[in-house]
Each structure stands twice: as structure tokens, then as C-alpha cells.
Design a protein around this ligand. Structure first.
Ligand SMILES: Cc1cc2nc3c(=O)[nH]c(=O)nc-3n(C[C@H](O)[C@H](O)[C@H](O)COP(=O)(O)OP(=O)(O)OC[C@H]3O[C@@H](n4cnc5c(N)ncnc54)[C@H](O)[C@@H]3O)c2cc1C
Length: 458
């Protein structure tokens, strides 16, 4: 006899974990199925030769003060994760600067004033009014204040971190919310013990509330009968439930796990047409045999035209230096590297353009760039480990390695895929449906939206 649950959650990324935790807190007998042998999805970490390395995520926009902490507050669990706050800095042409103020001496006065007005307008705008900008491309809105390429490139670098989208298509409303929330919280940070600490902070209380986790459990099919979800298949095993919450890629959920025939054709066409963030560039992890830097986080801008850099890389033309984000997790937490050693990581190097063919050359360019920022890095390397966007995609799901369904003008607000689906009892949570905000906060917000709007208190 197949086991019956009040709720089944497919996938233990932050969206799935948050939903499962809140469901079990509401007294629902909940089963969480994860195809990998670890929790957290893109917000997970792994151990390598004494170093604790993150798979993808490296900075939490509002740390414990944002949605990641809100989920724990909702279930009455004190946050066990300590965050170390940081104010990200940037370097341009080899000089470390504090932006936006350092632009004063770098661009014409009218453009500097334009940028400050752009930022000021966003910070003072009520959230309700921001919705009116949801469908305006960020570049269009920014161009009203300044057309200076350096300033556009800087805004692009922030927009890339927030939404994974180019400013040409990114939603202004979504960018505004991310910026305002982050500026108000002043709590961007890194979790002590690495990003896996966040997944554990959700997984542990889930178990305490009676939730069951099965790792290495890949859902092959979501069962639907007469338009309603009935359970899931893992291998030959049927797990029954009238409530199935999928944290897997929305396209995979609709087209494969359920099957297009179960949905109205216009819904299927909409899901097929969704666009996703790129792979987020290549993550390059570098273990050093001594401590070389006190940098915590640095955005490195070398080329003002990010699109051009990506296009060049696609054609095999690898620049001397790359635009990238450099993070030194071991400067945030002493649980990351063995004593006396340092762990440096870069993300975004090469844009979304890194392929099997260009991987080695881009890795070399990343090391070259990092060695310029941290002199002596190359000669003190113990090992280098890389993951391309494509590899993360293959590992976790079919699409959306960077963030998920893009927060572009045609995919936010009312135009974002909904958490509920045409199938009764089937919901999507995570960065694929609903929610607002940056990366894992988008995923946590989606899970809270699911609880508020679709899961009445029993
Ligand atoms: C390189 C990189 C850097 C990033 N940096 C940041 C950052 O610094 N800050 C930030 O906030 N965000 C960052 N992000 C974005 C962030 O990682 C994602 O937005 C977020 O983690 C997505 O969470 P999710 O719950 O939607 O999905 P996921 O994390 O993808 O979780 C989905 C889960 O479902 C599982 N699954 C899929 N199919 C099945 C199935 N059939 N059966 C069972 N399980 C299944 C997967 O294995 C996975 O565990 C980064 C992403 C990348 C790739």
C-alpha cells in the first residue's frame, strides 16, 4: 500500500526546503524528495581537501534580516546561522573604489548627478509605485538620468547580481525593489559555515516538526487523475498526496514530470516560451596555501561592454582580464579553510558564454585576473576547481542555472508564472514562479507566497 502524505515537495532547493518547513510547521505530514544526496540545490556546499566550498550562492542580499530569516521567524525557530555583513566594493582598471561616490571624479558632473538622482528616486519611491515600472526595461529608465557607459556598466553589474539579466531587458520595478530592500536592510552578508548552513537551518527543524526527507530520490513522474495531483513516482515507488509542490524547474515539471497533455495548450505554450537567466558564468574555486588578502568581496570591472566580452569568449577570443565577482569566503568564516590557508572564489567570469571548449582558457583568464587583484595568488595555489553554468544546469535541472525564470519585463508582476497551476493541488515554488527579490530570497519569497495564498491553515 503506497504511503499517503498531506504534502509532497519535489526538490530541496531553498524554495522547496522553505515550503516543506512551513508545511510541516502547520502540522502537515510532509515528504521532501531530493534527487541529490545533499540539501540546498544551488545554495549548497561541498568539502574538498579540508576546504568547505559553495556550489553557487555566495552573498545573501539581506541575510537574516530578509526573507531567509522570515521563513524561520514564521515557524518560531531562532536563526542558528550567524551572518557576517559586508559592503561589496568594486575595482575598475585595477583601482579599488567605493561606488557610487567615487564616480564623482570619473564621469562628467551631470552624469554623476544623474546617477545619484536615479538611486535617490529608487530609494524614496513607495513600493506600490514601483509596480508601475515592472514592465519598463531598466536601461530605458536609467537612460533618463544618464547615458554614460561607465555608469551603465556599473548598474549592469548590480542588475546582473540581482536578476541575472542584462539591463536592456531587466524589469525596472524588480531592480528597484531589490535595491531598495538591500539598501534599507544594510545586511548583505555571508553565512558563517558557508551557504550549506542555510539549507541545514531549514532541514533540521523540518525533521523536528515531523517532516521526512528522502535524499537520492529523483521524482520521475507526478501523478495526475481527473485534473488533480495525486502523488509522485520515485523509481517503482508511489508516494501519494493531493498536494504536490514542485521546486524543480517549471518547464521540467510541466512538460516532463506531469506531461504537456494534462495542461491547457495555451498554458503549455506559455511555459515553453519562458526565458531563463544564463548560467551565471563559471565558478572558479581557488585554495591557497597561505593567507594573501583581506578582501571580502570585490566586483571587478575590466570591460564596460559585458555583452562584447561574452561574445568574444563565445568566439574563443579570451580577454587578458575578465569582469567577475571575487569573494573570499574564508575571510568571512573560519570554518571554510584550514588554519593559515585561504579560499578564494570567483563567479560570473566569462558571463554565460563559457563552453566545454573555452572552459580551460576562461579558467586561466580568471586566475590571471585574480592574480592581479591578489598578487602572489597563482604561485600559492593548492588546487583549482571549476563549475560552469552548463554543469550546474545538468546537475540540478534542465534550465536556469543562474537564478531561474528571468526577471525580465515580460516575466515579472502579473506576467510571472503563477505558483498555482491548472492542475488542482499542483504548485511550483522557487525561482521559477511567483516571488520577488534576489536569488535565494526570490525562492524563499515564492515559498511564503505559496503558504499565504494557496495553503490555508488547516
Ligand atoms: C554560480 C551561481 C551563483 C549564485 N550566487 C548567488 C548569490 O550570491 N546570492 C543569491 O541570493 N543567489 C545566488 N544564485 C542564485 C541562487 O542560487 C538561486 O536563485 C536559488 O538557489 C534557486 O533556488 P531554488 O529553490 O529555486 O532552486 P534550486 O536551488 O535549483 O533547487 C531545486 C532542487 O530541486 C531538485 N530537483 C530537481 N528536479 C528534481 C526531481 N525530479 N526530483 C527530486 N529533486 C529534484 C534539485 O536537485 C535541486 O536541489 C547563484 C546561482 C549560481 C548558479
Amino acid at each position: 500500500m503506497a504511503e499517503k502524505y498531506d504534502a509532497i515537495v519535489v526538490g530541496a532547493g531553498i524554495g522547496g526546503l522553505a515550503a516543506a518547513l512551513m508545511l510541516s510547521h502547520r502540522g502537515r505530514k510532509t515528504l521532501l524528495l531530493e534527487k541529490h544526496r545533499f540539501l540546498g540545490g544551488r545554495c549548497s556546499s561541498f568539502d574538498k581537501e579540508g576546504f568547505h566550498c559553495d556550489l553557487g550562492v555566495h552573498l545573501i542580499s539581506r541575510s537574516d534580516k530578509g526573507p531567509i530569516g522570515d521563513v524561520l521567524r514564521r515557524v518560531g525557530i531562532p536563526n542558528p546561522v550567524k551572518y557576517v555583513y559586508v559592503r561589496p566594493r568594486s575595482s575598475y582598471q585595477g583601482k579599488v573604489r567605493t561606488y557610487p561616490h567615487d564616480f564623482k571624479d570619473m564621469v562628467p558632473e551631470k552624469d554623476f548627478n544623474g546617477l545619484m538622482n536615479f538611486l535617490g528616486e529608487i530609494r524614496s519611491m513607495p513600493e506600490e509605485k514601483m509596480k508601475g515600472y515592472d514592465y519598463t526595461p531598466l536601461q530605458t529608465f536609467l537612460s533618463q538620468y544618464t547615458q554614460e557607459p561607465l555608469l551603465h556598466s556599473w548598474v549592469q553589474s548590480i542588475c546582473g547580481i540581482y536578476t541575472g539579466c542584462p539591463i536592456e531587458t531587466a524589469s525596472t520595478g524588480e531592480f528597484m525593489r531589490c535595491l531598495k530592500w538591500e539598501a534599507e536592510a544594510r545586511a548583505s552578508g555571508y553565512p558563517d559555515g558557508g551557504c550549506s548552513a542555510i539549507a541545514d537551518a531549514y532541514g533540521d527543524p523540518f525533521r523536528k516538526f515531523g517532516g521526512e526527507i528522502k535524499l537520492g530520490a529523483k521524482v520521475q513522474k507526478i501523478e495526475v487523475e481527473r485534473g488533480s495531483a495525486k502523488g509522485v513516482m520515485v523509481g517503482d515507488e508511489l508516494y501519494q498526496s493531493d498536494l504536490v509542490v514542485s521546486n524543480a524547474d517549471i518547464q521540467n515539471t510541466v512538460l516532463n514530470l506531469v506531461g504537456a497533455d494534462y495542461f491547457p495548450s495555451d498554458y503549455v505554450e506559455r511555459i515553453k516560451g519562458l526565458t531563463y537567466t544564463g548560467g551565471g558564468g563559471m565558478v572558479v574555486r581557488m585554495a591557497l596555501d597561505k593567507i594573501l588578502t583581506d578582501i571580502h568581496m570585490l566586483g571587478n570591472i575590466t570591460s564596460l561592454d559585458r555583452g562584447e566580452q561574452a561574445r568574444n569568449i563565445q568566439q574563443g577570443i579570451i580577454p587578458e582580464e575578465l569582469n567577475l565577482m571575487l569573494v573570499v569566503p574564508s575571510n568571512f568564516s573560519n570554518k571554510i579553510a584550514p588554519e593559515g590557508k585561504q579560499y578564494v572564489c570567483t563567479a560570473g567570469g566569462g558571463g554565460g558564454a563559457v563552453t566545454k571548449e573555452t572552459k580551460e582558457a576562461v579558467k586561466e583568464a580568471v586566475i590571471r585576473t585574480a592574480d592581479k587583484i591578489i598578487p602572489g595568488l597563482r604561485e600559492n595555489l593548492l588546487w583549482v576547481n571549476t563549475t560552469t553554468g552548463e554543469e550546474i544546469e545538468n546537475m540540478l535541472g534542465e534550465h536556469g542555472a543562474g537564478i531561474g525564470v528571468q526577471q525580465t519585463v515580460d516575466q515579472v508582476g502579473d506576467k510571472r508564472p503563477k505558483i498555482n497551476t491548472p492542475i488542482e493541488g499542483l504548485y511550483i515554488v522557487g525561482c521559477e514562479a511567483g516571488g520577488q527579490g534576489v536569488g535565494i530570497e526570490l525562492a524563499a519569497n515564492s515559498a511564503m507566497e505559496f503558504m499565504d495564498e494557496h495553503c490555508p491553515i488547516a
